[in-house]
Structures are given as C-alpha cells and as structure tokens.
Design a protein around this ligand. Structure first.
Ligand SMILES: Cc1ncc(COP(=O)(O)O)c(C=O)c1O
Length: 445
C-alpha cells in the first residue's frame, strides 16, 4: 500500500466519510485510484470489477472520453452561469434532449424538467412541487406526504421524512404529517423469484387505509421507489404499482416515482415508468443522468403538474424553489454527452437483452450456505444472507471485503448484497463476477 493511503495515516483523518464506519475504514482503508470501462484500479495495482456502477450511477462505464471532452469544452466556453432569471443554452438543450426520452408513453411523457444537484435534492424538489401544485389547483389542505417503509429517498429532511429506513431517521426530527405504506418484502411467499414476485399487489391498498385514516383531502402525494434499491433490492409484486396508481388517481393524490437508481436503463427500459407501464405524475432522477461523473439531478413533471403551476401574472415566479447549480452548464454538458452514449450504444435497453443471462447466473447462487433469497430484475440483483446470531450485517460485510480483495466491488445493506453493474457489462464478466461472489459467500459461512 502506498504511503499516501496507509491505515491510520493522519492524511486520512480530515475527510469525514459519508455512510461509512470511519474508524474501521481508516484503520484498514480500501482505496480506488483509477477506473476504465468495467474496472477500478486499487491503490495496490489490482483490477477490481465494478459490480455496482459506482453507487448505481456509472451506467456507461468509466473513463468515457466523449463525456470528458464535453466537460472540458463547456468549462472553457461557459464555466458557470446563473439560471435564476437568466439562461444559458446548454441547460435548455439538455432539457430538450431529456424531454424526448422522458418517462411515460409517447404523447403523455413527463417532459417538463427541473434540474437539481443530486438525488436528495430531486426528492425534496418533487415533494415541494407536489405541495405547490395542490395549493395552486385549490387543494391547499393537501399537505400530507406518504412514503413507504424501507424506502430510501436520500438524506434531506423531506427525503428522510418519507423514507422508511430507521437508521436514517432515528436521531433526526421529521416533517409533520407524513405517513408510510407497509413495505413489500415477503420472504415467506416470494423467495427466489426472477423478476416481479406473484404475491403482494394487495399491499398497495395500504394507501386506501391511510386515506380512511387521514382523509384524502389532507394527502398531497405518495412517493415510492418502483424498485427499492438501498434497502436491499425489493421488486414490486405484480400489479402493485398499477393498484397504487389507481388509488392515487381516485383520490387526487400525486404519485411520485423515485427513479434515482432505476432511471437511465437499469431495468432494460429508459425508466422504470416505461418498464412497468405505470405512469406517475413526477419522476425523480440523478446518478445515471450524467453517468455519475458530475453531480446533477432532474425531476420530470407531467404537463398537468407543470401547467397547473403556470398561472397568475406572468411577472410572478411560479415556484419559489431552485438551486445555485440547477442546470449547471458543466453538468448539463456531461449529461448531454452521457445521453448520447446511452443512445448510440443502446444502453437504455441493453439490460433487457442481458437480463435473462444475468438472472440465470445470479440465481445459480441459490443453495449456497446462508443464501435465503435472490431477487433479480434488469441488471439488478439482491442476494439476502442469513444473519449471524447477534451480529447482523457482519456476514455480508465479510463477503464485501473478500470480494474487494479478489477483484469485485459489491454493495451491502445489512446482510443483503446488492449488485448493479454498469450496463456495458458482458456475459463473461457476469460469469466472473458471480464466481467471485460464490467463493466469498462460501468463505463467509
Ligand atoms: C431511490 C433514491 N433516491 C434518492 C437517493 C439520493 O441520491 P443522492 O445520494 O444523489 O442524494 C438515492 C441514492 O442512492 C436513491 O437510491
């Protein structure tokens, strides 16, 4: 290991790392120093396959020259320009390009785009748009926001309020007037299923229960991840999202899909909205929007929602919301270049070609010791391990460290392993990733 990154070196102390056991990490750091295509290079010179597309974001793989060139060009032409009461062409161009591939069917696409700086900002933006819209159409009593248990919607106060992962909420106050649907995880009925599980559509009726409890006239919006990622890959049961859509429509509740991980090809369609054929009113995105290489997020809004706010005197700002970096020129340039790669290389649908091989390969782990469930959809997999008594999370952590040492980056949540490789992965790489994982699972028995 180089001196620069040696464990306990004072040079590691200043960076307070996010979502990391800082002291454990700094005692035994894992450092990545370069990346190209499907592989990272570790500081000791090993090739480590990226089984997670970074953090579900590097969908076109690493080191894409055309994105780097677009970024450099933009930096040297217009490095920053405000988008409050001013404009610059790159943000408009990017929004226009996104409108063409926006979630939803032709003729009813969610093609109005509000730019943010991250997934968390996209979530808080969508929640605020929902509240503002309800007020604008004369439904100002609708201030309640509904999320779902085990949901992850980033780390802003809006996001943790509708989110449902205890550790992310435990020590923070949350917004008043939020409530949660039950989660859809059901090992007893749905273990080891490829694609959407059969059982659980009726869990969407929880929204009816919350309507009966709080009154529809108090509920502005309901937000769910179409495929829940961070909690450990929960795939919606057949019919669940359709039912949620129906209930929202019936009661005037806006439906928000958080597509921060499912957007930009992860499931084999441009968006989960398209994959499942269920159209929400708002879609949040980030990550793959720029191939993860420059921070940026975007909220896609339906015409109904957007136009609902375009009322009143024209000189009045319609939505009192925005970020310094909304539509940042450099992020926008990166996004345009990323979208061009996605389109030219067919990456927005590639996961549908590879999906069967991916599922077959990952499901071969069934039967290994301690593997209690495997869930796959598109180029996503969740592999759930039995926890060690009294030490939840330790088995998956051991698998994670072992995989890293043997050349594969995975992610874990508790004792669930999540895989979400770049969409450029090939069949050989899929086989080699699952082989490394199988060995590591054996060793963690
Ligand atoms: C579904 C979902 N929403 C929101 C976020 C937050 O995104 P960010 O970390 O860019 O704020 C994430 C991040 O993983 C996510 O998976």
């Amino acid at each position: 290991m180089s001196d620069r990154v040696k464990g306990n070196s004072p040079k590691l102390e200043s960076f307070w790392m996010p979502f990391t056991a800082n002291r454990q990490f700094k005692a035994s750091p894992r450092m990545l120093v370069a990346a190209s295509g499907m592989y990272y290079t570790s500081d000791d010179g090993r090739q480590v396959m990226d089984g997670t597309a970074g953090l579900w974001c590097v969908n076109a793989g690493h080191g894409r020259r055309s994105i780097a060139e677009a970024v450099e060009r933009q930096l040297m032409t217009l490095d920053f320009a405000p988008t409050f009461q001013m404009g610059h062409p790159t943000a408009f161009d990017f929004a226009e390009r996104l409108a063409a591939v926006a979630p939803g069917p032709a003729g009813a696409k969610l093609d109005r785009v509000f730019f943010t700086g991250s997934g968390s900002e996209s979530v808080d933006t969508a929640l605020k748009i929902a509240l503002a819209y309800q007020r604008a159409i004369g439904q100002g009593t609708r201030t309640r926001l509904i999320g779902r248990e085990r949901g992850y919607h980033g780390v802003g106060f809006g996001g943790i309020s509708v989110g449902g992962i205890l550790n992310n909420r435990r020590v923070y106050p949350t917004l008043n007037g939020t409530d949660h649907l039950r989660h859809t995880h059901d090992l007893a009925r749905n273990a080891f299923v490829k694609g959407q599980p059969e059982h659980g559509a009726e869990l969407a009726d929880d929204l009816e229960r919350l309507v009966a409890l709080h009154g529809a006239e108090t509920i502005a919006a309901c937000i769910v991840e179409p495929v829940a990622g961070s909690t450990g890959v929960l795939i919606p049961p057949k019919g669940y999202l359709e039912r949620l859509r129906d209930i929202c429509t019936r009661y005037g509740i806006l439906l928000i899909f958080d597509e921060v991980i499912s957007g930009f090809g992860r499931l084999g369609a441009p968006f989960a909205t398209d994959y499942f054929g269920v159209v929400p009113d708002l879609v949040t995105t980030a990550k793959g929007l720029t191939n993860g290489i420059i921070p940026m997020g975007a909220v896609f809004a339906s015409r109904k929602v957007h136009d609902g706010l375009m009322h009143g005197p024209e000189e009045v700002i319609e939505l009192f919301h925005g970020y310094t970096y909304s539509g940042h020129p450099v992020s926008s340039a990166a996004g345009i270049a990323a979208l061009s790669i996605y389109e030219e290389e067919g990456l927005l649908t590639r996961a549908s070609d590879l999906g069967d091989d991916w599922a077959t390969s990952v499901h071969e782990l069934q039967g290994r010791k301690n593997v209690i469930d495997i869930r796959t959809i598109g180029l996503i997999a969740g592999i759930e391990l039995a926890s060690r008594p009294g030490a939840p999370g330790s088995r998956a952590y051991d698998v994670f460290v072992d995989c890293f040492q043997r050349g594969l980056l995975i992610r874990t949540t508790g004792d669930i392993i999540a895989l979400s490789p770049p969409l450029i992965i090939d069949r050989e790489q899929i086989a080699s990733a699952t082989a490394i994982l199988a060995e590591a699972i054996n060793r963690a028995a």
